[in-house]
Design a binder for this molecule. Structure first.
Ligand SMILES: Nc1nc2c(c(=O)[nH]1)N[C@H]1C(S)=C(S)[C@@H](COP(=O)(O)O)O[C@H]1N2
Ligand SMILES: [Mo]
Length: 421
């Protein structure tokens, strides 16, 4: 049996072991809630039985690496441990999943349409997926997508929301058409300010008219070469949980701008005011605030380019080593719209730093690979801290950066523990 086979969670049909156990232990009330209906002959249903309708449900964990950490099942929010992100191009198996609502099921790609509308288009236009593919030139880019809340678990006082540690980031290869080419075909008015997306996921409360999330970006970002309407991830159809069959991809910005299951783009004559564009959502104070402080709405600004950051993907934290005392350490670094220009690590809590080898990005907005060989002076416990510096001379903070109400933008140095023995 191959390693992958052994590491794949044991399943019957398409259920993970965890979900199977969860369903088996569920009360009748929970099963009814999940089914959205009462089970009429529940009295005759065998004990620990899993209703067929729940067996058939799409399982977003299918094909994901062992070592993915489930932060929430409703909606699905899952992140990989850092060592699973070792590849330059993140494979599907290790991509974090972030959903605000329910994954749309029964997606019909053959009849999928994309509407381009809003007050700042000359005339609304509808494209089928096929038309998009035929009419416009396709491009492929590696694009870094990081959740605005990645690292939230590191904030104190704690910020509510998914307690992401290091893994809500990836850099995979996306193929699609440039949004700017499609917008040029539709015709955009001179008063255009912002674009916004709408997707086909459904609200957790089941209300089909309630928008789950509808975010966007200023025209300048929308018109970048790398901003894609994509239908392929790493050369294959986009997996359902990551936006099949069509996704807006805006690398370097909070991944919430990259709308999944997208079926409408609006061009606005003002800053898009869709769901999760206002209040504390994906916004941070314009100035430093004391932890816990209440910030007036007008003093909040929308997060745009993500800050400089890096991750150690090898070795795995807690790894034990032989007495050779030499260790190869590697990972990735990224900086939103900017390029990373230097990478350093320390094994003495920042007293001295060692410069790493750093690769150029595959293309703009792709993360960069770094590596370094470390030598340890003696046996014992060490921490390896990694710090990236971008081409604007900005580095990662060694400890928690500016606190903000929702716990966004934690780009503190990633650190791992190793024992030399
Ligand atoms: N339609 C839709 N698009 C969405 C979301 C969503 O809930 N619905 N979540 C956003 C957020 S907050 C993030 S971090 C990314 C996650 O993308 P991934 O699941 O491919 O990692 O998708 C974004 N696009
Ligand atoms: Mo996110």
């Amino acid at each position: 049996m191959s390693k992958t086979d052994k590491n794949t969670p044991k399943k019957k049909n398409n259920l993970t072991q965890d979900r199977r156990e969860f369903l088996q232990k569920s009360t009748l009330a929970t099963l009814s809630a999940l089914l959205g209906s009462t089970i009429v002959h529940a009295a005759s249903m065998p004990e620990n039985y899993i209703p067929v309708a729940l067996e058939a449900e799409f399982d977003p964990m299918k094909g994901k690496s062992e070592g993915m950490i489930i932060r929430n099942e409703k909606p699905w929010n899952v992140e990989p441990a850092p060592h699973l992100l070792n590849d330059a191009v993140t494979p599907f198996a290790s991509i974090f999943i972030r959903n605000n609502g329910l994954i749309p099921e029964n997606v019909d790609a053959a009849n999928w349409t994309l509407t381009i509308g809003g007050e700042s288009v000359v005339k609304e236009k509808i494209y089928t997926l096929d038309e998009l593919k035929k009419k416009f030139k396709a491009y492929t880019y590696q694009l870094t997508l990081e959740c605005g809340g990645n690292g939230r678990a590191g904030f104190y006082p704690p910020a509510s929301g998914n307690q992401w540690e290091e893994g809500a980031v990836y850099c995979s290869e996306w193929t699609g058409v440039r949004l700017k080419d499609v917008l040029a075909d539709v015709g955009v008015k001179s008063d255009a300010v912002y674009i916004g997306y709408y997707g086909k996921d459904t609200h957790l409360n089941g209300d089909p008219n309630k928008v789950v999330i509808s975010r966007g970006a200023p025209m300048a970002k929308a018109m970048q070469d790398e901003t894609l309407l994509a239908w392929k991830l790493n050369g294959n159809d986009i997996p359902l949980q990551h936006g099949y069959p069509l996704r807006l991809v805006c690398g370097g910005w909070p991944a919430s701008v990259s709308g999944k299951w997208v079926n409408k783009i609006v061009v606005r004559n003002k800053v898009h005011d869709g769901e999760k564009m206002m209040g504390d959502s994906y916004r941070v104070p314009k100035y430093p605030v004391a932890p816990g402080e209440k910030v007036p709405d007008e003093d909040m600004k929308i997060i745009e380019s993500m800050p400089v950051k890096s991750i150690i993907t090898s070795p795995k934290t807690g790894a034990m080593f032989g007495i050779s005392k030499k260790l190869n350490v590697q990972g990735h670094a990224w900086a939103g719209e900017n390029e990373v220009s230097e990478m350093h690590v320390t094994i003495d809590f920042g007293a001295t730093w060692k410069k790493c080898t750093l690769k150029k990005p595959a293309n703009r907005l792709a993360w960069q690979q770094w590596s370094v060989e470390l030598e340890f002076p003696q046996e014992g416990y060490y921490e390896i801290w990694a710090k990236a510096t971008d081409d604007q001379g900005i580095s990662q903070p060694m400890v928690m950066p500016a606190w903000n109400p929702k716990g966004y933008l934690n780009n503190a140095c990633h650190r791992i523990a190793v024992k030399v023995s």
